[in-house]
Design a protein around this ligand. Structure first.
Ligand SMILES: C[S@@+](CC[C@H](N)C(=O)[O-])C[C@H]1O[C@@H](n2cnc3c(N)ncnc32)[C@H](O)[C@@H]1O
Length: 310
């Protein structure tokens, strides 16, 4: 299958980030390299584009796509949670902009063998990093009912989490769950028909929850954003594109924390905390235009948050 992914909020990213053709740019989520290529095209031979992806296939595609650029290109085969070590060992500092375009690519989603999609039958995999030992199959067949309930509720914001977990645990007593199709059927049985009439696909939330657990997507975000800010030069920017409220909340809260100065109790006459604001952040996220959503319905829930290093 050809690697197909339409980059979201692309113009908004270019307008906000690419302001120095000789600068250092880090794309933490290369995917199909759509954003990365558009950034790289605007850089001079002195400019440097670095890109992370934990997915081997994405890195191969990105390397090929970026091969026609004039700027320096470095592909880093790692999770962006390691950005501090990976950039330090390459003596990178004074970064002009970081971009995080979170979640999975359309290619990952549309490849049934990767197991991310409730629309195609495939193995219960969901690993972005194919060397990660934990799969969705392991989770649905070994986690306790209480743990399944907690994760489907917390990471999927699914009100039927308890019933879905009960159905999973009952079914696996007969045979282990191995396919996304089996899980989708089970979820449909667990959620009462009336509650399935409206809204998104009934398996959407549970699949989101499993994917977050398999890839430990949320736990690494806040620290990765803080680390990125440490590498920015004054005036440099960090941008985070999210597709669901849990990620967006983390980006919003982390930027708020990083843009707050003194955090001493108001009754203290002088500051004793020494806390300094590192960035200024816009309060409001940038959303896709109607035209973008029409052309690419997957952009609908996208939000771009930006902070600038002081
Ligand atoms: C939404 S896609 C990026 C699409 C890209 N911006 C484009 O325009 O083609 C997200 C990519 O980031 C990767 N990814 C997600 N979380 C990651 C992490 N923690 N570390 C490294 N790569 C990650 C995924 O494997 C996927 O390829």
């Amino acid at each position: 299958m050809a690697f197909h992914h339409v980059s979201v909020l692309l113009n908004e990213c270019l307008e906000n980030f690419v302001r120095d053709p000789d600068g250092i740019y880090v794309d933490c989520t290369l995917g199909g390299a759509g954003h990365a290529h558009a950034i790289g095209e605007r850089l001079s031979a002195k400019g440097h584009l670095l890109g992370f992806d934990q997915d081997q296939t994405a890195r191969q595609v990105a390397a090929e796509r970026l091969s026609d650029l004039a700027c320096q290109v470095t592909i880093i085969p790692s999770n962006f949670k390691n950005l501090k070590d990976e950039l330090s060992k390459r003596q990178i500092s004074g970064v002009t902009a970081f971009l995080f375009d979170l979640g999975v690519s359309s290619y990952q989603l549309d490849t049934p063998e990767r197991g991310f999609s409730y629309m195609h039958d495939g193995p219960l995999d969901m690993r972005m990093d194919q060397s990660n030992p934990l799969t969705a199959e392991e989770i649905v067949n070994t986690y306790s009912e209480a743990d399944l309930t907690r994760l489907i509720k917390e990471y999927g914001e699914e009100r039927w989490a308890k019933r879905i977990a009960q159905f999973i645990c009952k079914r696996r007593e007969e045979e282990p769950l191995r396919r996304t199709g089996q899980l989708v059927e089970l979820i449909k049985q667990a959620i009462p028909a009336g509650a399935r009439k409206d809204g998104p696909h009934p398996a959407k939330r549970t699949f989101q929850a499993l994917r977050i657990e398999v890839n430990q997507e949320l736990a690494i975000l806040a620290q990765s954003f803080r680390d990125a800010v440490d590498f920015l030069k004054p005036g440099g920017r960090i941008g985070v594109i999210t597709f669901q409220s849990l990620e967006d909340r983390i980006a919003k809260q982390t930027f708020k924390e990083l843009s707050t100065g003194c955090i001493c109790p108001p009754e203290l006459p002088v500051c004793v905390c020494g806390h300094k604001a590192l960035v200024k952040a816009r309060n409001k996220a940038i959303e896709p235009t109607e035209a973008e959503v029409k052309a690419n319905p997957r952009a609908r829930s996208a939000r771009l948050r930006i902070a600038e290093k002081l």
